[in-house]
Design a binder for this molecule. Structure first.
Ligand SMILES: [Fe+2]
Length: 359
């Protein structure tokens, strides 16, 4: 009988780097000549932002941020190990990794076989991790086996099409050498202590970046860089509908599946209303309160303009998760929000269920 676990977590790339450079994205943004000087002056920042930035560009605060994140990853990992999934389906944004000029699907089920992943050799393909020192001291030859379950991935694709959710699928990467940042970082962080990660993974990249997927290569730009926007991503509501359909398909399957939303919430580098200096924490807190209250209707009312205005493009991964959890009537077991003003994005962790097919 099917059983489903829901998890939400982050794939914050800068958790991979030492504390001294965890706030390097803010340091880079502060050099943008088109941001007004008074906005860049720490004297005008919130008390929390000044405290985090301090006199060491966030190095000390990074240690605290890391500890909070690792504690939550450990908790999510414990839930995953106790659940013993047949597969972990991860929803993650494709940031110009396989979704490029030759095709931008709304989402794709990756029915990949087992693959060897070299995070520090393949990293230049995604997330600006090229040639950075990582906290594990691993070299370019460090390799991990990422197990797949292409059979379940194909069944899921078939089921989604039968549910009238049109979905792309792939048997191998189109451009990236292995797994994109949203997927490999999630597994690297769930295995932060490097004990191994045996659970098979089904990647389902989503077009979260929409108007910036090609125009900004799903990443950061200077204010003076006038990008010619692409067509939008699917709407938040549509991501919820897709997540609900995934839940219906899996509910009728014989499998134990963990559904994982992999992303941080508001991203500073996407949020013009904060001059790209800090995330839109107020908007994140409103949605987090709705999540805590099980107010799925509040999530469904969110528009794509709301998402883009708050720099929450990656949160679209979580709309898929919430659509699935609503469909399953899955109980919220625990959650934690880890807010920050200097480490680019607020992070949220959550566990729903597990729930059986007939709860
Ligand atoms: Fe991302």
């Amino acid at each position: 009988m099917a059983e489903i676990l829901g998890l939400g977590l982050s794939h914050y790339p800068l958790l991979c780097v030492p504390d001294a450079s965890m706030a390097s994205l803010l340091a880079w943004t502060l050099e943008d000549p088109d941001i007004p000087a008074h906005e860049k002056d720490p004297i005008n920042w919130s008390a929390q932002m000044q405290e985090e930035w301090s006199n060491d560009k966030g190095a000390k605060a990074a240690g605290r941020h890391r500890a909070e994140l690792v504690r939550n990853f450990d908790r999510a990992r414990d839930a995953l190990d106790a659940f013993k999934p047949d597969a972990v389906l991860i929803w993650g944004d494709d940031q110009y990794e396989n979704f490029k000029e030759d095709v931008i699907p709304p989402w794709t089920v990756c029915a990949y076989p087992d693959m060897e992943v070299k995070p520090w050799d393949h990293a230049h393909e995604s997330s600006a991790m090229n040639d950075r020192v990582n906290v594990w001291g691993e070299g370019k030859d460090a390799a991990f086996l990422l197990r797949g379950r292409p059979d379940i991935a194909k069944e899921l694709t078939t089921g989604l099409l039968q549910q009238e959710i049109d979905v792309a699928y792939a048997y191998k990467p189109l451009h990236h050498k292995s797994a994109g940042h949203a997927f490999i970082n999630a597994t690297l962080f769930l295995d932060y202590h490097r004990r191994g990660f045996e659970h098979p993974v089904i990647m389902m990249p989503l077009n979260c970046y929409g108007r910036k997927v090609i125009s900004a290569k799903g990443f950061f730009t200077r204010f003076s860089h006038d990008v010619e926007l692409d067509p939008p991503s699917p709407s938040p509501k549509r991501f919820m509908q897709m997540g609900a359909a995934v839940a219906r398909v899996l509910k009728a399957s014989p499998y134990r599946i963990a559904l994982v939303a992999s992303s941080s919430w508001s991203h500073a580098f996407l949020c013009d209303r904060t001059w790209r200096l800090r995330p839109d924490t107020e908007t994140d807190e409103r949605l987090y309160a709705a999540l805590r209250a099980g107010d799925y209707d509040a999530w469904e009312r969110v528009t794509l303009d709301d998402i883009e205005g708050a720099g929450q493009q990656e949160l679209l991964n979580w709309f898929a998760l919430l659509g699935a959890m609503r469909e399953l009537n899955a109980p919220l077991q625990w959650s934690e929000m880890v807010p920050t003003d200097v480490f680019n994005s607020n992070k949220v962790f959550v566990q729903y269920g597990p729930v059986g097919a007939n709860p």
